[in-house]
Design a protein around this ligand. Structure first.
Ligand SMILES: Cc1cc2nc3c(=O)[nH]c(=O)nc-3n(C[C@H](O)[C@H](O)[C@H](O)COP(=O)(O)OP(=O)(O)OC[C@H]3O[C@@H](n4cnc5c(N)ncnc54)[C@H](O)[C@@H]3O)c2cc1C
Length: 409
């Protein structure tokens, strides 16, 4: 996203963004919210809801691409906040494909984007999913330690992939899997490429499906790759570009564009926006409750101890939103992330969501601790944001290294 015209400073979303916000909010309120508890309990991918979202054009390449290209950068954060305000597990089921699509869009060739991105979404009559598979049992934060191997079979112009991926959103139920694999293990993350595994490719199968603390409507599973053969052209960005990058690394020239890291970097403000949605949902609920619930003959919101919590929750929410919007605007207008502002936004928003949902449970007291009230689910859901797409510790590491230019460990 470079070379965009400078936009005048404004914190007022454009009319287009406001329209999208209201449209997504309506879907979140009328379709997602009423189904949230059921799918949390069922702990399975909410296909009927993804289909509903597809029917109205919300779950579609066109919609997400249009929001990604929205000139101020607010398209994605505003849409994601509303979806996750509806419910985080269902929200992630609707946007999970975007991580896989973004990895192709970020470093893929034009032909790869045109061929594979639409197949990740399918059509309202034939809804499909995408999955991005980087993490492994021994390579989570330490993505350079990936053991899945991709070996090039020159005679057949094919890649052969072997390994095991874990914690994959939509893993095994997706039609297109993007798999990060090591081609030159001695080069760490610089020897890794990302590979497009088409639907029904022999050798790819789902392993264990995880039972989770939160976002239980989102499917998370292992993906096993056993002699998976792919056409040579299925390496993202193309084999020539990959070979050139490796050659630059071997010659000691800087090698930009480590596929997996680049994908994470571009998606961080969007993950912050998801956390905003969950935090706002819990705040809204707690505010309403504090104005109704009476103890000692008064509304509990009359007690300063409760009212001050609400004041802090709202401040944290708005501060996090400003950071998410700033990072999204910087990404869209091609600004350099000189202070790791994308990581800052993700860090602040995710820790805000954990704090605000916990305070919401506290404000609801015993009711907040039961599944009869939604803040219990929101509290469980919020925790994922400090873990995936880089843990809070990793965000701090990235920010601190960027600020100090020191190799902090
Ligand atoms: C629900 C869910 C969905 C996910 N979806 C996907 C997906 O779609 N695709 C995918 O590829 N991955 C996915 N992940 C994986 C996720 O990105 C990893 O869990 C995350 O990167 C952390 O890795 P880890 O779990 O191995 O933790 P570890 O890396 O083992 O970290 C454990 C602890 O040590 C800390 N730590 C590690 N290294 C350092 C360090 N250098 N300095 C300070 N502290 C450190 C961490 O912050 C953490 O607190 C998902 C995970 C979950 C739970």
């Amino acid at each position: 996203m470079t070379g965009a015209e400078p936009t005048p400073f404004s914190l007022e979303p454009s009319e287009d963004v406001r329209e999208v916000r209201d449209w997504v909010h309506e879907f979140a309120r009328d379709v997602i919210r009423p189904a949230a508890q059921e799918w949390d309990e069922r702990e399975e991918a909410p296909w009927p809801l993804i289909q509903e979202a597809s029917k109205i054009g919300l779950y579609s390449l066109d919609f997400f691409a249009a929001q990604w290209l929205e000139p101020t950068g607010l398209g994605i954060p505003v849409a994601f906040e509303e979806l996750f305000w509806g419910d985080a597990g269902i929200g992630l089921s609707i946007v999970g494909t975007c991580l896989a699509a973004a990895s192709v869009a970020a470093t893929g060739t034009e032909e790869q984007v045109a061929e594979w991105a639409p197949q990740m979404f399918g059509t309202p009559d034939d809804v499909r999913l995408g999955a991005f598979c980087a993490s492994e049992p021994d390579a989570g934060s330490d993505i350079g330690a990936i053991r899945t191997r991709a070996v090039y079979d020159e005679a057949k112009d094919e890649w052969v992939l072997n390994g095991a991926k874990t914690w994959v959103t939509n893993g095994g139920i997706a039609d297109v899997h993007i798999v990060v694999a090591s081609v030159h293990p001695e080069l760490g993350s610089r020897g890794q490429g990302s590979f497009i595994v088409p639907p029904n490719t022999p050798g790819l199968r789902q392993g264990q499906k995880f039972k989770k603390h939160g976002i239980r409507a989102s499917h998370t599973a292992e993906v096993v790759l056993d002699d998976v053969r792919l056409p040579g052209r299925n390496i993202i960005g193309g084999k020539d570009a990959f070979d050139e990058r490796v050659a630059r690394t071997r010659e000691g020239r800087s090698a930009k564009g480590q596929a997996a890291l680049k994908t994470f970097e571009t998606t961080r403000p969007a993950v912050g926006a998801m956390a905003l949605g969950v935090g706002r949902a819990a705040y809204d609920y707690a505010l309403g409750y504090a104005r109704e619930r009476e103890q000692f003959g008064r509304k509990i919101g009359d007690f300063q101890a409760v009212a001050f919590k609400l004041a802090d929750m709202k401040c944290r929410l708005d501060a996090a939103r400003l950071m998410v919007w700033r990072a999204a605007w910087m990404a869209r207008t091609g600004k350099d992330f000189e202070n790791a502002e994308g990581s800052m936004a993700k860090l602040m928003a995710s820790e805000m969501a954990v704090n605000v949902t916990e305070e919401a449970v506290q404000i609801l007291g015993g009711n907040g601790y039961t599944r009869d009230y939604p803040v219990e689910r929101m509290h469980r859901d919020a925790k994922i944001f400090t873990i995936f797409e880089g843990t809070s510790e990793i965000q701090r590491l990235v920010i601190a290294r960027t600020l100090t230019n020191l190799p902090i460990r």
